[in-house]
Design a protein around this ligand. Structure first.
Ligand SMILES: [Zn+2]
Ligand SMILES: [Zn+2]
Ligand SMILES: [Zn+2]
Length: 84
C-alpha cells in the first residue's frame, strides 16, 4: 500500500512536528490504485485492487532541541496572563 512521507521539522522539547513537504512513496504493486505500476490505467473496477492509502509517515529531516514557535508564543501569552 502506498503512503505519503511527510518531511518536516521535529521539536524534541515540545514534541511538535511541522510538515515542510510531502512526497508519495510508491509500493510498486500492480493492484494498488496509487502506484504507477497499477495495471488498470483507467476505470479500475477490480475488487482485488487497493483503493486506500496507508497512514502517512513522518520523516523528521530537521530536529530542533528547542520548543516550536507556536509553543514560544503560547508561553509568552501564558506568562502575560499570570502577570495580570
Ligand atoms: Zn500502493
Ligand atoms: Zn486496478
Ligand atoms: Zn510546540
Amino acid at each position: 500500500m502506498c503512503h505519503n512521507i511527510i518531511d518536516g521539522r521535529y521539536h524534541t522539547a515540545c514534541g511538535h512536528f511541522y510538515a515542510m513537504s510531502t512526497r508519495h512513496h510508491d509500493c510498486l504493486r500492480p493492484n494498488c490504485l496509487f502506484s504507477r505500476r497499477h495495471t488498470h490505467l483507467t476505470g479500475c473496477r477490480s475488487p482485488g485492487c487497493v483503493r486506500l492509502m496507508a497512514l502517512p509517515v513522518r520523516n523528521p529531516i530537521r530536529i530542533s532541541p528547542t520548543v516550536c514557535s507556536d509553543c514560544i508564543s503560547r508561553e509568552r501569552i501564558g506568562s502575560l496572563g499570570v502577570q495580570r
